[in-house]
Design a protein around this ligand. Structure first.
Ligand code: DLZ
Length: 161
């Protein structure tokens, strides 16, 4: 952990999820993998003191639609952080590149626009093997990563006021 002893004030977000409310938007496309990301995210939130009843999950057809549902959730002002969970696998056409760049750009913009952390639990894979590796096997679970980032950022957001 960075520890700058010369700083007058240091802001850090803890990994305590107790009392925090989360929105999660899941793409149905590649649900075989996305469901593993959702399991990982829920498990991480609950293990860090969060309550499953404080988590709302919205499903959209594919990753391209994730930003729309996130914007709707942000407008409710009910959530401390929102997670985007989707899996885009490169196919024969250029669709993956278009979806990935559009979704990444929109998620960053939405977080900045609403002042609520939006975390990136997206797998951008070249093939099935890479998707398997990132949805709970040897390269971890992107849903867990997104949940931990959401908890930390939600607490940081509360700390810097
Ligand atoms: C159409 C499409 C394709 C080909 N591949 C994926 C993918 O790998 N991952 C994903 O989440 N969604 C995919 N989609 C669906 C699009 O995201 C979107 O739902 C449709 O184009 C309808 O707008």
């Amino acid at each position: 952990m960075a520890n700058n002893k010369s700083a007058g004030t240091v802001f850090e977000g803890s990994l305590e999820a107790r009392g925090l409310k989360f929105g999660i938007v899941c793409a149905r496309f590649n649900d075989f993998f996305v469901s593993k990301l959702l399991d990982g995210a829920m498990d991480a939130i609950v293990r860090h003191g969060g309550d499953a009843n404080d988590v709302s999950v919205a499903y959209v057809p594919g990753s391209y639609e994730i930003p729309f549902a996130i914007k709707k959730m942000l407008r409710t002002e009910k959530y401390d952080a929102i997670l985007a969970l989707g899996v885009v696998i490169q196919g024969a056409t250029a669709h993956a590149g278009y979806i990935n760049s559009e979704v990444a750009k929109c998620l960053a913009q939405l977080g900045l626009e609403f002042g609520v952390p939006v975390t990136y639990g997206m797998i951008t894979a070249e093939n099935l093997e890479q998707a398997i590796e990132r949805s709970g096997t040897k390269a971890g679970n992107k849903g867990v990563d997104a949940a931990l980032a959401a908890i930390e950022m939600a607490n940081l957001n509360k700390a810097i006021r």
